[in-house]
Write a protein that binds this ligand. Sequence first.
Ligand code: PRX
Length: 635
Amino acid sequence: MSNYHIKHLEEYYQVYRKSIRNPEVFWEEIAEEHFLWRKRWDKVLSWDFSKPEVKWFEGAQLNITENCIDRHLATRGDKTAIIFEPNDPKEASQHITYGQLYEKVNQFANVLKSKGVRKGDRVCIYLPMIPELAISVLACARIGAIHSVVFAGFSSTALATRINDCDCKMVITSDGSYRGSKTIDLKGIVDEALNDCPGVESVLVAKRINSDINMKDGRDYWLQPLLDAASKELKAEVMNAEDPLFILYTSGSTGKPKGMVHSTAGYMVYTAYTFKNVFQYREEDVYWCTADIGWITGHSYIVYGPLANGATTVMFEGVPSYPDFSRFWQIVEKHKVNQFYTAPTAIRALAKEGVGHIEKSDLSSLKVLGTVGEPINEEAWHWYDDNIGKKKSPIVDTWWQTETGGIMISPIPFATPTKPTYATLPFPGIQPALMDENGNEINGNSVEGRLCVKFPWPSMARTIWGNHQRYKDTYFSAFENKYFTGDGALRDEVGYYRITGRVDDVIIVSGHNLGTAPIEDAINEHPAVAESAIVGFPHDIKGNALYGYVILRETGESRKHENLRKEINQIITEQVGPIAKLDKIQFVPGLPKTRSGKIMRRILRKIASKDTSNLGDTSTLLNPEVVQEIMDKAL
Ligand code: PRX
């Protein structure tokens, strides 16, 4: 018998030990008993982190949509798979059953095929959180096309980069999107992006806001008439275990975004298994994750993980503040949500608005609360526990990454005693290691180091699209024979993990990963700018905000500085997206650099955080005098 559903702490330790002693047997049992395979695997695992190459369930064949939809039809055909909650509370919500989802996915998949999309082709999905987003993701998977969802808050330049990087032949979008009281012209953004994307042959457009948009003849098609004419039946493509399922871009500390490639079987097994246990999902439960499907959290824990378990998953189109800050809690009451999964930045924003917004709603359905995306501070953790969970719903602080595909370190609710700000214990199958700066593993408890993983797990990304060398350099070169996460962590006296934050040049702003390099590149495009450096500094709501140090070509009058600040943020919005705008911009005469010309960001971070009592070793600086000048005028 596999240990698919863990219920007690003792059971966790027992299962964990088994998963470490004999990972192949452990994962094989889970794969065998809980999923639908067209053909069994020949080998559970082969791996070599020096290449790096990892294969799970080699030789097996399957289609993930048969696991997420078809196999539920006999017993759950009339059960709600997806609850769609629109931006405007006055608009009716939609309940899509597993039976309906089957038909909708098949229709969509037939449309993709009719437009020439074939197994292995890449399809870019740039949609708001409407049902078509989940359906188009599944439709791609059904025919073996590789989906690349781009969060619909990214700019046209960012979209074009992602479309071109993996040669998408199709884009799926909508005429526009609702976001609180605003509407966004998504199709206009796509049109602009496509000026630079010669490989895109067709664009499917969902109607959402009924705006008057430009439709290019022979390229753009309204989706609905095509769906109406399409068959509701389609045999799913048979996929190999290691065939890519999707590409999802994440920011790196340098250069262009990294297209993380996830494969089919391992991803399915791991996301389903973690979903079941981290949320303790039971058959009648309603589960809601507030993330956008444009991020990994939405892929793994709105779409694939929940549906593979036959769950009911909520998709919310709007924002926590519209029409007011009680919206989340009204939705919890309306759909009797049992598991609620959100980000620390949302919790902090809601906490700031006071408890008045909560008191109007009945939150008694809640059983488990989750958080993800960045370290949660103690205050936010307690606010969540006291006011939302009423101290009765355990908080699962889930640590993981786009690259890991699924949750890696997290309490198992009702089993693992929680501890504020701690992600607690590794999931079965996950072997974390803390490393010191000399590359040695730090053993024992009450220690701190760089967080690595020393054994493969099924849902790890297999490569970076088109650049395996970069995959190796970024994740497998810092520490020999280990996957390096880029995070720092500590392990307390009982072995609980606490993630302390990034140790590289990635800054997490409101739960979004932002690499410093693309933002600096954008700033440097301003004709008045000679050079720039970005660092993060603590922010009450966003966790981190961005502080830019900018050297101008000519030191102009200060009254021009305000305009320049606006223009710089405008360029960032165009090139990267509004989430990357700088909160503070300081014009500086120079940047602290080492003799080899590297910017010493450590010092800039301290100045931005107003923590200048001890700047550390500055003896290697080429231009130490500039530090004082920057400090004197810090914002
Ligand atoms: O720094 C860690 C932080 O988010 C990074 C991964 O970001 P992304 O790939 O966008 O995926 C976010 C959703 C899985 C990690 O390297 N992070 C994520 N979860 C936590 C966290 N930091 C602290 N605690 C967490 N629970």
